[in-house]
Design a binder for this molecule. Structure first.
Ligand SMILES: [Cu+2]
Length: 212
């Protein structure tokens, strides 16, 4: 004879297991004041290590080198929130232009104070429509590992601008240039001195070489 009463507790347990879980309570931080701040303010540039850009101003972006026909650029990714942080020295989509006389030697210091990886290289403007940047147009005109990018860091490179034309200083992180992370670089066969044009401002001459 089968002891039917033994089945009863088991059945009760199964029924219990099939009951739906209680609903998840709503988040308790719905009234957190941080949730009501302007989403556009300070988000892209959040988390930057400001030590990496300490003391820098517009005057540092373009400076004559110590030797003749040499120039020093400082190009900072995520200078501010412009273009969701995908800017150089605060400008994106070609809205700043470095003009360098042909055959000058260009030393570039790239700085990225942000936790988001970016990079820098010189490309032809046609390349800006591509998701993946090609090798730099001028020999040596890129930071190392420009497809991977570099966060919280500094890198330098030097190249000779030996061909006149319209180029770009672009971020090599995939799809960033496509999304506007580039500024213009004109190598000029007629200019006699380097200039930098920021936004709609007038082109400004390079700062004097640093005293030794
Ligand atoms: Cu980028």
């Amino acid at each position: 004879m089968f002891p039917r009463f033994l089945l009863l507790p088991l059945s009760a347990a199964l029924v219990h297991a099939q009951e739906p879980a209680p609903p998840t309570p709503p988040p308790t931080d719905a009234k957190d004041p941080h949730h009501h701040q302007d989403a556009a303010a300070g988000i892209a540039s959040a988390g930057r290590n400001m030590e990496l850009v300490k003391g820098l101003t517009d005057a540092d972006f373009l400076r004559l080198g110590a030797a003749p026909k040499t120039v020093e650029l400082i190009v900072v990714a995520v200078w501010n929130d412009e273009n969701y942080g995908m800017n150089f020295n605060g400008y994106a989509k070609g809205n700043a232009t470095y003009t360098i006389p042909k055959d000058w030697k260009v030393s570039v210091k790239y700085i990225n104070p942000s936790p988001i990886p970016h990079s820098l290289l010189v490309v032809e403007k046609d390349s800006l429509k591509k998701i993946q940047m090609p090798e730099p147009y001028f020999k040596g005109a890129a930071v190392p590992d420009f497809l991977k990018g570099l966060a919280y860091g500094t890198s330098t490179f030097t190249f000779v601008a030996d061909e006149a034309g319209d180029y770009a200083l672009a971020c090599g992180f995939p799809a960033h240039a496509l999304n506007g992370h580039w500024i213009a670089l004109e190598i000029s066969g007629t200019a006699t001195a380097p200039t930098l044009k920021l936004g709609t401002g007038e082109p400004k001459p390079a700062s004097p070489a640093k005293a030794k």
